[in-house]
Design a protein around this ligand. Structure first.
Ligand code: ADP
Ligand code: F6P
Length: 333
């Protein structure tokens, strides 16, 4: 690795963050800029994701431009969703901009959608490497996505506080956490915070069976406070967290409050795990580009940093660990 770091094959690369932001994206940007600097490669940072690529919003970056960002949430390059980028005609403009700037490779930090854009760029001759950044941890080819651990800790801290007041009043709390299509946040904090029920998009949902029966069984066992965690994907397709709370109150007589944690989960200083993973991924992405290798997604497999062809990576799937689901259920007694 050290030997490769000293080799310089590319002269200039670009970096951008795209899709929903996640804590640790700054650590990834810093790693890209500094590892490139160590190889003598210039770096251009595009602002606001693919929108910046289309509209030439960029800045030259060097080792000093990324000082003092490692510990900060959000992304200094900002992020955006840019539907226009799905249009091949619009993308031609981005490719022309990249070529005019003399950029020979690009690093994109984002989720599945961003990787689809990265694949299109690679096919069009701009070698592009994706780094998975999303609090949802829902990218099939990687065991871990940047931001997940920080989000878990933010949610755990919030729920611990909700529990304090729940205990004082013998109440039930319904807490909605993020996760559009995935229950990774919900299940993990369900275990960490001792939820009685965890409702996730990966499983069918039935209010009476999954919530009401659990609370009633808890009451029989002598429980006086109750915590229900529900992933956002479920409330969008079924019943809102507020509606769940009012139905619980109606049908059990227990005072119930709903809390929607929302975007608090996307901010905050990244944890050690997110900083270290993002740093390792950033270095690996530049290393690939410097070897002339594009169209890859950097990923975590066990403890190792690996990489996959983008299409192969996008076609991979992962499912919630049954052991984790089992632990969550057994301990909710
Ligand atoms: P995420 O990367 O977090 O999954 P999105 O799905 O919103 O977030 O995707 C981020 C951006 O990636 C989109 O706004 C768009 O600019 C780009 N993108 C998504 N899908 C495609 C596609 N099929 N082709 C080209 N670009 C895409
Ligand atoms: O993908 C990350 C995520 O935070 C999802 O959990 C959530 O559904 C979505 O982004 C929210 O997106 P936005 O910030 O665009 O509302």
């Amino acid at each position: 690795m050290v030997r490769k770091v000293l080799m310089k094959n590319m002269r200039k690369i670009g970096v951008l963050t795209s899709g929903g932001d996640a804590p640790g994206m700054n650590a990834a940007i810093r790693a890209v800029v500094r590892s490139a600097a160590a190889m003598g490669i210039e770096v251009v940072g595009f602002r606001k994701g693919y929108y910046g690529l289309l509209n030439n919003l960029y800045e030259e970056m060097n080792a000093r431009s990324v000082s003092d960002i490692l510990h900060r949430g959000g992304t200094i390059l900002q992020s955006a969703r840019c539907p226009e980028f799905k249009d091949p005609e619009a993308r031609k403009k981005a490719i022309a901009n990249v070529s005019e700037l003399g950029i020979e490779g690009l690093v994109v930090v984002g989720g599945d959608g961003s990787f689809r854009g990265a694949r299109e760029l690679s096919i069009s001759g701009v070698p592009t490497v994706g780094i998975p950044g999303t609090i949802d941890n829902d990218i099939g080819c990687t065991d871990y996505t940047i931001g997940f651990d920080t989000a878990l800790n933010t949610v755990q801290d919030a729920i611990d506080k909700i529990r304090d007041t729940c205990r004082s009043h013998d109440r039930c709390s319904v807490v909605e956490v993020m996760g559009r299509d995935a229950g990774y946040i919900a299940v993990n904090v369900g275990i960490a915070c001792g939820a009685e029920a965890v409702i996730i998009p990966e499983r069918d949902f039935d209010f009476k069976r999954d919530i009401l029966a659990e609370i009633k069984a808890g009451i029989k066992r002598g429980k006086e406070q109750h915590l229900i965690i529900v992933a956002e994907g479920v409330t969008k397709d079924n019943m809102s967290a507020l509606k769940m709370a009012s139905r619980i109150e109606e049908e059990t007589g227990i005072e119930t409050r709903a809390t929607i944690l929302g975007h608090i989960q996307r901010g905050g200083n990244p944890t050690v795990k997110d900083r270290v993973t993002a740093s390792r991924m950033g270095v690996a992405a530049v290393d690939l580009l410097n070897q002339g290798i594009g169209n890859r997604i950097v990923a975590v497999s066990g403890d190792a940093i690996v990489d996959y062809d983008i299409l192969e990576g996008l076609n991979m799937s992962k499912s919630l660990d049954n052991e984790l689901l089992g632990v969550s259920e057994i301990l909710s007694l």
